[in-house]
Design a binder for this molecule. Structure first.
Ligand code: DGL
Length: 283
């Protein structure tokens, strides 16, 4: 029996953990934020893959039978390789799930104009993962992606509620809606962005639906566990959460308590210095 592991490059995955715990408070969770190496959004495929695999292995070592990559950048750049290449070798009985597919599944029922905007990190936008996943399910939807490279640093540095953040939020929203004025739904395709939701709403016309991911990931996970009772039976149910960070636990605790509006205990989990890891060749 083990906890559900939730991984993010930093604080953003707390918005996913929050959504999941709201729906399924009975399970045990281990959250790991790689704050020491955030942001991931501007890093190469190889580096994001290397860091993400390392995090998954840490969560496996702590006994998690199931790990959620609560990070769009990691889901876009590392999930498929980990699922297809690493899991069969490392831990064939464990599972790693991401956040892009469940979000893509949900958008079809939300957009009426069939024009959807994606705001995400540079890595997620460049990977085109959202466009590909949405088109697999809803080929009629027009997808416009835009990277917001300043938004994660605003959140990681605790600047997301300050007036200075207005400029960076308004400028990206205007750019997106200028590119496609028919957009009626915007996916916040980065787990950090819900922290900017008040500012995003301020600069978006009220007719636009803004999708944050926590609730959708939670319903999709619940559905997954119903369809996989063997995995469900391996998950412990004590209602606990343990928090780990690769940076300062004190700093994580202070910032995380703003996100979660409760105080938490955090432990350190160090990241080894970067070594050259060779990505498997595509099959
Ligand atoms: N929160 C992550 C995401 O959902 C990435 C943030 C970052 O580290 O750049 O994409």
């Amino acid at each position: 029996m083990g906890s559900i592991g939730i991984f993010d490059s930093g604080y953003g995955g707390l918005t996913i953990l929050d959504g999941i715990r709201h729906l399924m408070p009975e399970y045990d969770y281990i959250y790991y934020g790689d704050n020491a190496r955030a942001p991931y959004g501007t890093r190469s495929f190889d580096v994001v893959y290397e860091y993400t695999l390392e995090a998954v292995q840490k969560l496996f070592a702590m006994g998690c039978p199931l790990v959620i990559l609560g990070c769009n950048t990691a889901s876009a750049k590392a999930l498929r390789t980990i699922q297809q290449h690493d899991l069969p070798l490392l831990a064939p009985d464990r599972r790693v799930l991401g956040v892009i597919r469940p979000t893509a599944e949900a958008v079809g029922a939300i957009t009426h104009s069939r024009h959807v905007g994606i705001l995400a990190t540079e890595g997620t936008i460049r990977s085109e993962s959202y466009t590909l996943e949405i088109h697999k399910l809803f080929p009629d939807i027009e997808v416009t992606g835009l990277a917001c490279p300043m938004w994660v640093p605003l959140v990681e540095n605790g600047e997301y509620a300050k007036p200075a953040a207005d400029y960076f939020v308004r400028e990206r929203i205007e750019e997106l809606l200028h590119t496609d004025p028919l957009i009626d739904t915007i996916i916040l395709g980065c787990t950090h962005y819900p922290l900017l939701i008040n500012k995003i709403r301020k600069f978006c016309p009220p007719t636009i639906e803004i999708m944050t991911q926590g609730g959708y990931i939670a319903s999709s996970l619940k559905d997954y566990l119903v369809r996989h009772p063997d995995m469900d039976a391996r998950l412990s149910r004590g209602g606990t959460v343990q928090y780990f960070t690769s940076e300062s636990p004190e700093r994580f605790g202070e910032n995380a308590s703003i996100f979660l509006s409760t105080s938490i205990k955090v432990k350190a989990l160090s990241s080894p210095p970067r070594k050259g890891v060779v990505r498997p060749a595509p099959e």
